[in-house]
Design a protein around this ligand. Structure first.
Ligand code: NDP
Length: 434
């Protein structure tokens, strides 16, 4: 705390991982040697830079950009870029730390990183977004490379922004190699990458339910968010027979007791991805209830998929969900549940999956995009989806292996933390003190 003052989210993420690790390390003391734990919480490199750009009114705007390169122990730095006014060093350090374990869980050779800027894309014109991305790329290009650091999208950075960044990186470097994932298809992107985080989250929820002799078929599901992860979580949950009754954004929640249909989801995607509109507009158009300023967690459901942002589900929300009979919570977002919420779920024996396990399908498919780019070929949709499902099942199995408690119950929280840690820690120990 003294070394990283005021970094609340970073402390939260580290505490949550170490709560799982202490008993394991007590049984395996070699992991307490060589300053391993101290090294693991210190990012290998942090770059902070100025981004100056000119808005449509001719005014100069200044933002702060970051790239936190947390760990290269098992592969090139890998992790998304976030453009949101709440971005600061604490948020990006927590995300880069989590990313390191998540990437290890995929079993693909990727280190951990995260980056972004305190830029607010809301209300900006297409031209302003492009100029901002170009100004961001002007510094980013010095630090990325196919074998060094391969960023991707995150909140506020979707296919449009990745396209602008990729175009400018090519211009600056005179190279066409894969320095970003989540690229549009015609720039070397992978089929299924846009769907992967949402699909993977639902695959993971289904694996947990199957393990408990249940399934999503016929279950009521609450999804939060309405961006990339939420949209494809809704699609896959419907495909597996669930009824999705909510979505949200930072303005409020849509509650539709009749549930999503393919037509309604297509409308939500159009409003969010083409018109850059709000879920309030969507609620009006489909005649669903709009709960201004509220989150979806008071609505009775059996499955909750938080897919918006960190700390969007607190202890009160968790208790409301538990009271309403929730059986499964799988995080599509990164750290959406507060620590108190997680403790409440675990105490109530709700199946709970931390994001580093359940949302790892996005970065896993980014890893598959890197493989396709390196081989200069493109796999068909079914092939990528098959590999995604296989990877999610592998992560589930690793959580079960490391998360089995003395009473036979599985803590996915402990399982994911320990399984990710073991892979990174073994690689670090093998490489000496660096
Ligand atoms: P998008 O920008 O596509 O969507 C974000 C959604 O979350 C929007 O509905 C947004 O609403 C909402 N949201 C963002 N900030 C807040 C806030 N402070 N309060 C309430 N709602 C908010 O992002 P993604 O879908 O890509 O990312 C969502 C989450 O999933 C993030 O935690 C991200 O780190 C995580 N994730 C994403 C991956 C990916 O592949 N994209 C991979 C793994 C994890 P609004 O429009 O009002 O801001």
């Amino acid at each position: 705390v003294q070394r990283n003052p005021l970094q609340r989210e970073f402390h939260q993420a580290v505490t949550e991982v170490f709560e799982s690790l202490w008993p394991f390390i007590a049984e395996h003391p070699r992991y307490a040697q060589q300053g391993l734990l101290e090294r693991l919480v210190e990012p290998e490199r942090i770059i902070i830079f100025r981004i100056s750009w000119v808005d449509d009114a001719g005014q100069v705007q200044v933002n702060r950009g970051y790239r936190v390169q947390h760990s290269m122990a098992i592969g090139p730095y890998k992790g998304g870029l976030r453009f949101h006014p709440s971005v600061n060093l604490s948020v990006l350090k927590f995300l880069a730390f989590e990313q390191t374990f998540k990437n290890a869980l995929t079993t693909l050779p990727m280190g951990g990183a995260k980056g972004g800027a305190d830029f607010d894309p809301k209300g900006k014109s297409h031209g302003e977004i492009m100029r901002f991305c170009q100004a961001f790329a002007t510094e980013l290009f010095r630090h990325v490379g196919a074998d060094t650091d391969v960023p991707a999208g995150d909140i506020g950075v979707g296919a449009r922004e990745i396209g602008f960044l990729a175009g400018y990186l090519k211009k600056l470097t005179n190279r066409a190699d894969c320095v970003l994932t989540g690229k549009p298809l015609h720039l070397g992107g992978s089929l299924i990458r846009p769907e992967a985080t949402g699909y993977g989250t639902v695959y993971f929820a289904e694996e947990m339910l199957n393990q408990a002799k249940k399934s999503l078929q016929g279950m009521k599901v609450a999804v939060s968010g309405s961006g990339n992860v939420a949209q494809y979580a809704i699609e896959k949950a419907m495909a597996l027979g669930a009824e999705v009754v909510t979505c949200s954004d930072s303005g409020g929640t849509v509650y539709d007791p009749d549930g999503f249909t393919a037509e309604k989801l297509a409308l939500l995607m159009k409003i969010k991805n083409q018109d850059y509109g709000r879920v309030k507009d969507y609620a009006e158009q489909v005649g669903a209830q709009y709960l201004e300023g509220q989150r979806p967690w008071q609505i009775p459901v059996e499955v909750a998929l938080p897919c918006a942002t960190q700390n969007e589900l607190d202890e009160t929300d968790a208790k409301a969900l538990i009271g309403n009979g929730v059986v499964c919570v799988a995080e599509g977002a990164n750290m959406p549940c507060t620590q108190a919420a997680v403790h409440a779920f675990e105490a109530a024996e709700v199946l709970y999956a931390p994001g580093k396990a359940s949302n790892a399908g996005g970065v896993a498919t980014s890893g598959l995009e890197m493989s396709q780019n390196a081989a200069r070929l493109a796999w068909p949709r079914q092939e990528v989806d098959r590999r995604l499902l296989e990877i999610m099942r592998g992560i589930h199995a690793a959580c079960v292996q490391y998360g089995r408690q003395p009473d036979g119950r599985i803590s996915y929280q402990h399982g994911a933390n320990i399984a990710g840690f073991v892979k990174v820690a073994d690689a670090m120990l093998a490489q000496g003190i660096v």
